[in-house]
Design a protein around this ligand. Structure first.
Ligand SMILES: C[S@@+](CC[C@H](N)C(=O)[O-])C[C@H]1O[C@@H](n2cnc3c(N)ncnc32)[C@H](O)[C@@H]1O
Length: 316
């Protein structure tokens, strides 16, 4: 399998893990079943890790939506089969524009599922009932799925324009396990482009960290054995390298936490609930796993909407 195919396949794996965790009751997502019908059993540490990842990203997104009163845009980079668009529609927290980007092989499958599954299709907001589909892209009133290689900045800009992207509206960019699959000069180009062009921006990045130790090397070897190199690991060495990738490209401030810290800051009631779902044998290996992923958030608050107050500490 060529390397780009292996990268696209990481979406299947992430979606299956999420599907299984939802099935086990870790969080609620009535839409994921329309993309992944069923999934093999996953071990409890993986399920808890996904819980922390999804809750961490969503708690920052929800605070951003509240701070901007939903007068904002969401851009999901490497969105895969993410279902956040539908879940926000359901909770009446929809932003003005929601744009998803991924390789065409992924977006074409996503478009096909949406077209053929009524519960997905009927939730997409349209004034006149029109949703424009091509084989790989979808354009509706407030929802856009576009095929793009994120390593090609010109293509990214073109696709954002086609989706009606407005540089002046506060925008949150989400990259959940995506940037590590490209050379850091390519991810830096996106991060810098946003800083140069978007007045009010928030970035949420979830991915590997502490890759320099033994556990990190084993993780990298595993991925390499699946033809899936991680060319962006130079930025995944420490919490500092993760923060600096933003501050060195013109962002006002950035903070990164390893997932142990994120996990212990998530609402304790929720943690107690999910820890009862399955017995976890080896707490230590779970903590090792969480030590090798991080959540990083960065902002530029041109409009003064209070983005500096958004953090995992405020998780509810
Ligand atoms: C691990 S999956 C994560 C999917 C989703 N963000 C989630 O967390 O469920 C990584 C995704 O990033 C996409 N991706 C990686 N590199 C990309 C690139 N250069 N251009 C477009 N998409 C890319 C892959 O196709 C895949 O869907």
């Amino acid at each position: 399998m060529a390397s780009d195919d292996a990268i696209r396949a990481t979406n299947d794996e992430a979606s299956m893990c999420k599907r299984f965790a939802v099935q086990q009751g870790y969080w609620n997502d009535p839409y994921i079943k329309y993309f992944i019908r069923s999934s093999d059993r996953k071990p409890p540490d993986i399920n808890r890790g996904y819980f922390a990842r999804v809750k961490g990203v969503h708690c920052l997104l929800n605070q951003f939506l509240q701070a901007t009163k939903c007068k904002c845009q969401v851009v999901s980079l490497g969105a895969g089969y993410d279902t956040t668009y539908w879940n926000l529609q359901e909770s009446n927290m929809q932003p003005e524009r929601y744009i998803e980007m991924d390789f065409e092989n992924v977006t074409s499958h996503k478009c096909h599922f949406i077209k053929s599954r009524k519960p997905l299709l009927e939730k997409i907001a349209t004034k006149d009932g029109e949703i424009r589909f091509s084989k790989t892209d979808l354009h509706a009133d407030n929802y856009h799925i576009v095929a793009v290689d994120l390593r090609n900045l010109i293509e990214v800009e073109t696709k954002l324009k086609e989706s009606g992207f407005d540089n002046d509206i506060p925008t949150i960019f989400i990259a959940e396990c995506v940037l590590v699959y490209m050379e850091s000069e390519k991810s830096n180009a996106i991060i810098k482009w946003i800083a140069d062009n978007v007045k009010t921006a928030y970035f949420v990045n979830y991915e590997q960290v502490n890759m320099g130790d033994r556990f990190g090397h084993v993780m990298l070897d595993n991925l390499r054995s699946r033809q899936c190199g991680l060319p962006g690991t130079d930025v995944c060495q420490t919490i500092d390298t993760q923060q600096n990738r933003f501050t060195s490209q013109g962002w006002t401030s950035a903070e990164a936490w390893d997932m142990n810290t994120v996990y212990s800051n998530l609402p304790q009631k929720e943690i107690q609930r999910i820890e009862k779902l399955e017995f976890l044998d080896e707490r230590e290996s779970f903590e090792q796993l969480l030590h090798h992923y991080c959540l990083c958030w960065a902002y530029i608050d041109g409009a003064g909407v209070g983005l500096e107050n958004i953090s995992v500490v405020n998780a509810t």
